[in-house]
Write a protein that binds this ligand. Structure first.
Ligand SMILES: *[C@@H]1O[C@H](CO)[C@@H](O)[C@H](O)[C@H]1NC(C)=O
Ligand SMILES: *[C@@H]1O[C@H](CO)[C@@H](O)[C@H](O)[C@H]1NC(C)=O
Ligand SMILES: *[C@@H]1O[C@H](CO)[C@@H](O)[C@H](O)[C@H]1NC(C)=O
Ligand SMILES: *[C@@H]1O[C@H](CO)[C@@H](O)[C@H](O)[C@H]1NC(C)=O
Ligand SMILES: *[C@@H]1O[C@H](CO)[C@@H](O)[C@H](O)[C@H]1NC(C)=O
Length: 861
């Protein structure tokens, strides 16, 4: 068990240093008590416990220092040693005052004060001595007490003899063996503990190893690791290696340290280098490819020669995995062509670039005067070892062959070759042609003639032009208007030639004839018809070709045929002039129901005719009453109409219809209308009326009145109710009759007013309901009253008995509305005589029949 002493909190940096120092010193020990958070058991004398750091004390009995510590270690963890200002205050507050004070866990051993928990020297910063203490080292005051609740120097330390008896002050720690596993140390904290991990471990219980970060195999290399606490964690070791042709740069092995860092940066693999000795050959080039680095493993160098040179040696070398080139640099040699000789009649001169007759050599050829090269004048030796062309030949120079020009003759001399170098020619012209130019020429050494050949030109006449209204047509065999040209004159349409039409140019440069003229064609002067005048246009001359004349007729007259004519090229008129005829109007007629009369100054219904119209009686004229025939052949007014005189429109009266005839249109002159009345209605007024010639009706329109029936009434003892669709008790009125109670209807129960003004049925009767006839009983009298007839509804009868007889039954009986007696008839009885009676079956059945009859009538009504 180790205690840890904390200094006063006002010197927290020192205090922290103490803590760290103690931690480092006691690394291998099991427990640390760092923080003085403490709880004081309320029940210390009983030794009650709580978790975490707890304080326990005992004052009974007082103990010597050694037995006090023994008691603490026996019952708790150890004697209190941890002290800081807070702890001191706390203990001073909580603990009871003990006159002998309390022992704490500091002791002097070998003349130094040490913590008994840690066996460590008390340092200056951690001391808490009372003033003047420790004061008596010579007297074996080797133990330390704390002045709890002292008046002065409260809670400060004092050294005392260890054999003195004082209060015991203990603590209990909360750490135990399993608290922090195998990789951590348990530290007391406020009410708890925390784990201080061994270097290389972390986590609340130090179960996790530190991570150094993932390593990856280098490019072109590999990685192999040995793990103690997981991949790339504390104490993992990794070894790197490189592929063939590569070598490692950096540290080969890395170790994951407790700090979570690798011992060094990971290495890389670099390609093996070859010696840097290569260069391009003379007249050649080198091209290297380096997949990794310049001139290193797998670098390839290719060699090529310049144009005209050939490679001698290997064209490619490689850097192998051992850092050596596979070959040496090749060389470049010039390409050669064959030797050259000069042509006959010529010479050759050559220039060399590298060697005689090799790549770059150029040879030039030339010929003697009058000869020229046939082939290339210069040839070159190419990179393929061939000359650009063969050796040329020297040939004699030629001029172009001469052709005899037209109208000429040619003579030549050829000393070397036909039309070749030094040939000479002469030329002459035909009759009518003149020579223009030099008459001889020769072929020069340049292959051209010394002079152009001369030409033979035809002789020229003066230029001719066409006469007015004429056309000149010429043929020129040897040039315009020159020797042998011939010209013809022709005239335009409407013109005639005057003179010789053809002329020719002769070798004396004159025309054989003078040019002819053109004269216009003439027409006769035309004669003018009646009712007309003439207008003409003469573009050329009066009444000649292309003159045009128009005939114009007077007003109301029209030309009969084409009214214009032209003078043709033949000298005749295109049309003969027409006559002027009077304009006609359509033949007019009288309107229907009208008459017409006319006047015709010129011809019937033609220009200037006039007509007048009139209408018959009963008709009126609609439109103009006269019309004239105009110069355009139309009438000045359209034919008018004769319309029938109109009367007012009529309509049918209520409950009637109207039948009309209209000979000249609806409701107009001579229309006639008849009025007819519907069934149940009769005419009031004249049935027929007519429209007169003055537009008035002869009669006013009649009307229709409903047919009436006599006023009907209810029968006695009955009631009546009626419906009158038109008027009271008139056509189509209906009435129904009913009888009072006790009366039966005799006759029809309804009646209608007919179109003839009579009722369909006569008024019925209400008869009283009959009861059976009664007669006086034996030995009695019957006295009756009959208000509505014998033994019928409301009849009442009384029976009275003779003397010596007694009435048996009711005195009075009455006929009911149903035709029954209210009582059976009473009997008159002798004093002790028995008596029986029977009802009349005949009477009963009659009543029944009557009742049935009434029922049936009601149902059928
Ligand atoms: C404490 O230290 C002394 C001397 O330094 C030594 O003799 C003694 O054995 C130690 N005690 C313990 C418990 O380590
Ligand atoms: C005590 O500490 C441990 C470990 O640090 C922790 O798991 C636990 O929750 C703590 N207990 C209390 C009461 O704080
Ligand atoms: C880490 O590895 C080293 C060497 O292998 C060994 O000495 C040491 O004990 C290891 N540490 C732990 C905590 O395992
Ligand atoms: C080197 O070159 C050889 C042949 O071209 C090839 O097979 C090989 O893969 C190359 N090495 C590397 C590491 O690229
Ligand atoms: C006009 O009335 C008469 C009498 O009611 C009838 O006979 C005739 O058919 C009716 N005419 C027309 C066109 O309704």
């Amino acid at each position: 068990m180790t205690q840890y002493r904390e200094c006063d909190s006002s010197h927290s940096s020192y205090y922290y240093l103490c803590q760290i120092l103690n931690l480092m010193e006691n690394f291998t020990q099991k427990f640390y008590l760092i923080l003085a958070f403490f709880t004081l058991s309320a029940d210390l004398r009983n030794g009650a416990e709580v978790q975490a750091w707890t304080y326990h004390y005992s004052t009974e009995p007082s103990r010597e220092w050694n037995s006090a510590r023994q008691w603490c270690r026996q019952h708790y963890t150890d004697m209190v040693a941890i002290q800081n200002q807070k702890e001191i205050e706390y203990l001073n507050n909580i603990l009871p005052r003990n006159p002998t004070y309390y022992w704490i866990g500091i002791r002097k051993l070998g003349d130094v004060w040490i913590w008994i928990g840690t066996n460590k020297t008390l340092t200056k910063e951690c001391e808490n001595w009372a003033a003047g203490e420790p004061n008596n080292g010579g007297r074996q005051e080797d133990c330390v007490e704390i002045y709890i609740k002292r008046e002065s120097e409260t809670a400060k330390w004092n050294n005392e003899k260890c054999s003195k008896k004082k209060g015991t002050l203990c603590y209990r720690a909360s750490c135990d063996l399993g608290s922090c596993g195998a990789r951590g140390e348990c530290l007391e904290t406020i009410g708890n503990y925390s784990c201080l991990c061994q270097p290389g471990f972390k986590g609340p219980r130090c179960e996790e190893a530190e991570e150094c970060g993932t390593l990856e195999a280098p490019v072109q290399g590999s990685l192999q690791c040995l793990d103690m606490y997981g991949h790339f964690r504390f104490n993992s070791s990794c070894a790197f290696s490189c592929a063939l042709g590569f070598k490692l740069t950096g540290t080969q092995c890395l170790h994951c340290q407790a700090t979570g860092r690798w011992t060094s940066e990971p290495p890389s693999c670099q390609a093996v280098k070859c010696p840097d000795v290569l260069s391009a050959p003379k007249q050649g080039r080198m091209y290297c490819t380096d997949p990794f680095e310049t001139h290193s493993f797998n670098s390839t160098c290719e060699f090529t020669c310049n144009e005209g040179f050939q490679l001698s040696g290997s064209s490619e070398i490689l850097c192998d995995s051992g850092g050596m080139w596979t070959g040496t640099v090749p060389s470049c040699k010039v390409v050669e062509c064959g030797a050259i000789m000069p042509p006959s009649q010529g010479r050759v001169i050559c220039d060399d670039l590298h060697q005689t007759f090799s790549f770059g050599t150029s040879c030039h050829f030339s010929c003697e005067e009058g000869y020229s090269l046939d082939g290339d004048a210069t040839v070159n030796c190419t990179s393929s070892g061939n000359w650009t062309a063969g050796v040329p030949a020297c040939k004699v120079v030629k001029c172009h062959a001469l052709v005899t020009p037209s109208h000429a003759s040619l003579h030549c001399q050829h000393p070397v070759e036909d039309f070749g170098y030094s040939s000479t020619c002469w030329l002459g012209c035909e009759v009518g042609f003149d020579l223009i130019g030099q008459n001889s020429t020769y072929c020069t050494s340049l292959g051209s003639w010394s002079h152009n050949l001369p030409v033979c030109k035809a002789r020229q006449c003066k230029i001719l032009t066409a006469p007015p209204h004429g056309i000149l047509t010429c043929s020129h065999p040897h040039g315009e208007f020159s020797f042998n040209s011939s010209c013809d004159v022709s005239c335009e349409e409407g013109f005639l030639i005057n003179g010789t039409s053809t002329t020719r140019c002769n070798s004396m440069e004159t025309w054989t004839e003078t040019t002819a003229h053109c004269q216009v064609v003439k027409c006769d002067v035309p004669s003018i018809p009646h009712h007309a005048s003439l207008h003409c246009q003469h573009p050329i001359e009066e009444f000649s070709y292309s003159s045009t004349c128009w005939l114009e007729c007077d007003d109301g007259f029209m030309p009969k045929g084409a009214n214009s004519t032209q003078c043709t090229a033949e000298g005749s008129w295109s049309h003969s002039l027409p006559l002027c005829e009077v304009v006609k109007c359509p033949v007019a007629g009288a309107p229907s129901h009208g008459s017409m009369h006319c006047q015709h100054p010129i011809e019937e219904f033609s220009y200037s005719s006039s007509c007048w119209m009139e209408c018959e009686e009963g008709f009126i004229l609609r439109g103009a009453n006269s019309t004239q025939c105009t110069a355009e052949g139309t009438w000045s007014h359209t034919t008018p109409l004769c319309e029938a005189q109109r009367c007012a429109s009529l309509s049918a009266p209520p409950h009637g219809n109207l039948t009309c005839s209209h000979p000249h249109g609806e409701f107009s002159f001579n229309s006639s209308c008849d009025v007819n009345c519907d069934e149940g209605f009769q005419l009031n007024g004249m049935a027929t009326t007519r429209c007169s010639s003055l537009g008035k009706w002869t009669e006013t329109t009649a009307d229709c009145q409903v047919v009436k029936c006599p006023v009907a009434g209810a029968p006695s003892h009955g009631s009546m109710h009626c419906q009158h669709p038109i008027e009271e008790f008139s056509y189509s009125s209906s009435c129904w009759i009913e009888c009072e109670e006790g009366f039966i209807l005799r006759g029809a129960n309804s009646t209608q007013c007919t179109a003839e003004g009579t009722w369909s049925h006569s008024t019925p009767l209400c008869e009283a309901q009959p009861c059976a006839s009664l007669s006086a009983p034996p030995h009695g009298n019957l006295t009756c009253s009959h208000p509505h007839g014998e033994f019928s509804f409301n009849s009442s009868c009384d029976v009275s008995c003779d003397e010596g007889f007694q009435l048996n039954g009711m005195v009075t009986t009455r006929c009911s509305s149903l035709g029954k007696w209210t009582e059976t008839t009473a009997h008159c009885q002798g004093d002790s005589l028995p008596y029986t009676t029977t009802a009349s079956p005949l009477l009963t059945s009659y009543v029944t029949y009557n009742h049935l009859y009434i029922q049936l009538k009601k149902n059928t009504a």
